[in-house]
Unconditional design. Structure first.
Length: 128
């Protein structure tokens, strides 16, 4: 959730809130809890002055259903979209990207299966 960290911290610094170094928000719940604490005041700045209600994170700044992509510079979905990669190829990239942090051997098998489907559907090649 570094993108949310950076956006929230920048928003608060822009509003005059000091002491933001070292803050790490790992989940949406932590973010909400931290915002709640800040609403009590930050260096004498009121919640109204911080205007936290207007702070919105973009959908691309958060992940629903886990945190297995949070440490990557670019998520597989964004990579696939920006490179106009097809669904099955993109799904294989997703499984390859996350195998070490989520599904292990099963994710590698899923990636292989996706690529086997590409071979069959796009090229008519399949093992009998």
């Amino acid at each position: 959730m570094d993108k949310i960290d950076n956006a929230l911290i920048k928003h608060m610094e822009d509003k005059g809130c000091d002491g933001m170094d070292g803050i790490r928000i790992r989940t949406k719940e932590e973010e909400q809890g931290y915002i709640h604490q800040l609403q009590q005041g930050c260096n004498g700045i009121s919640a109204h002055d911080l205007d936290l209600e207007s702070f919105e994170s973009k959908p691309s700044d958060r992940q629903v259903g886990g945190e297995h992509y949070k440490d990557y510079p670019i998520e597989p979905g964004e990579y696939n979209q920006r490179n106009k990669i097809g669904y099955m190829e993109g799904t294989a990239i997703k499984y390859i990207t996350r195998h070490a942090s989520k599904g292990g051997v099963d994710d590698i098998k899923k990636a292989i299966h996706c690529l086997e489907l590409v071979l069959e559907w796009e090229y008519g090649v399949y093992d009998k």
